[in-house]
Design a protein around this ligand. Sequence first.
Ligand code: GAF
Length: 392
Amino acid sequence: MNTAFTAQRAQVLQQKFMDTFGQAPDGIWRAPGRVNLIGEHTDYNLGFVLPFAIDKNALVAVRRKAANKTQSYQFASTYGAQDTVEITEILHENLVPGTVPGWAAYPAAVAYVLDQLPQVQLDGFELLVDSNVPVGSGLSSSHAIEVGTIVALNDLFELGLNKKEMARLTQRAENEFVGAPTGIMDQSASLMSGAEHALFLDCRTLDSQLVPLPLDEHQLVVLVIDTRVEHSNSDGGYGARRASCEQAASELGVESLRDIQDVGQLENLDPLVRRRATHIVTENQRVLHTVKALRASDMNAVGQLLNASHVSMRDDYEISCPELDLAVSIAQGAGALGARMTGGGFGGSAIALISEDKINLVSEAITDAFARAGYRSPSIFTVIADEGAGSL
Ligand code: GAF
């Protein structure tokens, strides 16, 4: 974490909170976005994922209101804010799924799921968000806000929730209130990650291990190429992929595709469903192999697994797009050890594992190729593996 930069942002947020709500917040909490190194769309199939939290995050300032005040929630953010910050106020009785527009749906969704817990009396609170996770880039900007909100409320209302419980609750917030049928990877990465490690997560049990990322040792960096093709997990493509996986599991008589280890078992499925399921079965295996390769510090093997993952998402799962494919192939051609799209797909970002002396070369090659293809200029930056959410 860049501590000085975060402290500076927190100071500005503290002042803005006072200007907006007239009093200081009770605290400020930080929740990171993530990249997924490998293991895509395996989470809702109860399989394996290997993401890491990044050094781009949401800062969430919160003040708990006195219990005898009207039970209402006030949300504001610095998004697009110049001098004035717009406040969204939601009364407790109006906390209804699907009714809160824009980014305020994320903290509202968290209030909604917490409020349903029998032991929780969620009095009113005021909340101000500042985030530098790019929106719509596939780096989990919405989950960063949700996780920032739940860790703040967990502390302030002394709810005693552990990380697994917070991950499951924020998944419900996203599924039931926001209406996106997403899995559990992103919030888990934001909650459970550790600096300089990837999070090896079993999405069935939420048991996890931190696997060291030997990047410095090999003078490697992870480059993110945000294609600036915006995607949303509420669009139909994500849900359609999930439905195909559920159909495959049901036809095969298993709880989830996690229970299939051999693609030979898929051969009687309808051809389209079989290709979708093939991605999931092979991707789970690639995650396990990547964990082994990282532990053996074999970064060439890691790179090859990233490349294979991209092919599988492009051809079998069909969630890539021309901009992502171009970013990946140019990065590979310019010397990346491996590259793949990351996140939900249909836009968003790709990652490339490259040696640190090739950052400019690879970035320029991708920017030039995008210009020649007539695509929007991509946003390209390196990320470091940061620690999970907590209070500042
Ligand atoms: C999105 C979802 F939110 C995750 O749950 C996961 O399914 C991912 O797409 C694909 O791996 O980020």
